[in-house]
Design a binder for this molecule. Structure first.
Ligand SMILES: Nc1ncnc2c1ncn2[C@@H]1O[C@H](COP(=O)(O)OP(=O)(O)O)[C@@H](O)[C@H]1O
Ligand SMILES: [Mg+2]
Length: 598
């Protein structure tokens, strides 16, 4: 059983389960407790029958009663066991279900900053291993704790009542066991934590290798990856072996101490039987039998101490890790006095904005410097710049993935920090540079941003046609119902891009942002899509980001950006006339096109 602010509320929520479980467990323990006493009495009764104290009729009567009692006790134990499993195990499963939901919920609220610091593969371990450890600590861990305290305590009392001297003899081995449990428990806890960390690293390694499998294969880097994996795997194995070794050592020592205690008790008990034979309160053979069988009942609670320490320390360590996620502050939150906007019109104003990524090193150049330009609702503008110039960063800010200084970016004249961030993201259609497609049908991928009731097939086909991907889709065996393989492997890069465009168009948003979204399609397809877009987006704001002139040439205005700074803003003609950087780009790309065309 472990307690912590993040899970206490669930104990409370599922209190009926845990209570029912604990009460049944106590009843089972009480019932069990009677068995050694009954057996001990039987031994003494049989002895009395042997010496002629009881007649045959009497002894048969006694055995009859005994059978009845034992049957009742057995029935009680069986039904009680069923109920405590149902209660405590059921309660703990419900508890981790809620905890996992909370984690996922919170994880989805965390910003890109968090995900740039933590790796996805490693985070997976939190949802699987750590949750498992918490479940063990709250389910089996609780059972063991209750059992150890209650059963252990009662058994000890019974033993004491049978004979205090015999019980005192046991004090020494029991004390040794307790000391052992505490010292070795500490070492086990440390080793477990290291094993868990090694696993996290391993899981991360596998995730990364498998996600980058195409690159690894094409660069024939399998050997290197295998060596790397082997190292991580070995490390995980070694850390686990170290932990298991300590666990084994502890178990073995416990067993040895228990066995020695039996020897000690039999030896001392027999002498006691002889010595007290003729006294008023003799220690009988039956007492010794009962005592030994109580002691064997004590073994489980004693072993449980080590398991409890083990399970609890794992559970606590895991819960700490889980809480490190749950306590991770959510940086993107709405301002207290948000401005409610019915629907975004599409005016955008960058106002001398400078932005550095939160994980950037001190002294690094900010990703964006003194950015100022504005877009009126309905305009189609282009943002042109080389790779790494800061184009995607501008989009990240427009989507409010990061917090900004006051009034540095306004939408419809309102500071973006004052608009509900969900509203912003709802009203912006965004085609990312590397459009991620879910392993779902093409239809559902396109309909992602659309409310269920508006996602009709006609609409989906229409946007697919506008994105020039409809013809490709109907050629698949299952058409729109084709399930896209993991990471879109069954679609070509260009097809993926066009499905992503269709997905954004299906939303028909007031602001559409295309981040280099036609880079993987050929120029004639690009032209077709752009023509469709101009028609479709009439009166709505569209931002086309590109490193290719052809994509932005016909925009109402083009923002030329390099090194995080705006070099110039103007139409294609204006820029050709006055911007050297732009002219250079145009020339270079003309050359490239000619080379390609040959
Ligand atoms: N999440 C991030 N954290 C830190 N730096 C980043 C992050 N994303 C991009 N950058 C840096 O910001 C600069 C601009 O990148 P980006 O906006 O992606 O360029 P573009 O889209 O024009 O290729 C680059 O120097 C890049 O290394
Ligand atoms: Mg980019």
């Amino acid at each position: 059983m472990i307690f912590s602010k993040s899970i206490n509320k669930y104990y409370l929520k599922f209190l009926p389960y845990f209570l029912m479980g604990i009460i049944s467990l106590l009843i089972v323990d009480l019932a069990q407790l009677e068995v050694p006493a009954i057996i001990g009495n039987l031994v003494d009764d049989l002895e009395a029958y042997r010496t002629g104290e009881y007649s045959e009729g009497q002894i048969l009567g006694i055995i009859n009663d005994l059978l009845l009692t034992l049957t009742l006790i057995a029935a009680l134990i069986v039904s009680g066991r069923f109920l405590w499993r149902l209660g405590i195990m059921g309660g703990s499963r419900r508890l981790v279900y809620e905890l996992r939901n909370d984690m996922f919920d919170h994880a989805l609220k965390l910003s890109p900053r968090f995900y740039s610091e933590r790796k996805v593969g490693g985070l997976m371990a939190y949802f699987i291993n750590d949750i498992q450890a918490v479940r063990r600590a709250t389910g089996p861990g609780m059972i063991m704790l209750v059992d150890m305290i209650f059963l252990g305590g009662l058994v000890f009392m019974r033993m004491f009542m049978i004979d205090a001297r015999m019980t005192m003899v046991l004090a020494v081995p029991l004390f040794i066991l307790a000391v052992l449990g505490i010292t070795l428990g500490n070492i086990m806890r440390q080793r477990f934590r290291r094993a868990q960390e090694a696993f996290e690293y391993l899981s991360d390694d596998v995730q990364e290798s498998l996600s980058g499998i195409d690159v690894i294969k094409s660069f024939v880097k399998e050997d290197k990856e295998i060596r790397h994996f082997l190292k991580a795997n070995k490390n995980a194995r070694d850390k686990n072996v170290l932990f298991a070794r300590m666990q084994m050592l502890f178990r073995a020592l416990t067993r040895i101490i228990v066995s020695l205690s039996f020897v000690l008790m039999i030896f001392y008990g027999m002498q006691l039987v002889e010595l007290t034979q003729d006294t008023a309160d003799p220690f009988t053979i039956g007492d010794l039998v009962a005592f030994l069988s109580y002691f064997s009942m004590l073994i489980w609670p004693m072993m449980a101490i080590s398991m409890i320490i083990n399970v609890r320390s794992r559970g606590k360590a895991s819960l700490k890790r889980i809480e490190s996620i749950l306590d991770e502050p959510i940086d993107i939150v709405d301002d207290e006095n948000v401005v409610d906007i019915e629907e975004i019109r599409g005016d955008i104003e960058f106002n001398n904005l400078t932005f550095a990524y939160p994980d950037a090193e001190e002294g690094d150049d900010p990703a964006l410097k003194n950015i100022s330009f504005d877009v009126s609702a309905g305009e189609m503008i282009g943002i042109l710049g080389r790779t790494g110039s800061g184009k995607t960063s501008i989009v990240d800010l427009l989507l409010r993935l990061y917090n900004l200084e006051e009034n540095s970016l306004l939408i419809d004249g309102v500071d973006i920090m004052k608009i509900p961030f969900k509203k912003i993201r709802e009203d912006i259609g965004y085609v990312p540079q590397d459009g991620f497609l879910f392993s779902d049908t093409i239809k559902n991928n396109i309909a992602l941003g659309v409310d269920d009731d508006r996602a009709d097939m006609d609409k989906i086909q229409e946007v697919a046609q506008l994105s020039d991907v409809h013809d490709n889709i109907v050629q698949f065996k299952h058409g729109y119902e084709t399930v896209i393989g993991e990471r879109g492997v069954t679609l070509s890069g260009g097809q993926k891009q066009r499905v992503s465009i269709a997905r954004a168009l299906a939303k028909n948003p007031p602001i559409l942002i295309m981040d280099d979204s036609v880079s993987a399609v050929d120029t004639s397809t690009e032209e077709k899509i752009l023509r469709n877009l101009r028609k479709l987006r009439k009166g709505k704001t569209t931002i086309m980001i590109a490193h290719r002139i052809s994509t932005v040439k016909n925009a109402d205005k083009i923002v030329v950006i390099d090194n995080g700074e705006i070099l110039d803003v103007g139409t294609h003609e204006e820029l050709e006339a006055r911007c050297e950087f732009y002219r250079d780009l145009v020339e270079r790309q003309q050359l490239e096109d000619e080379v390609e065309g040959q």
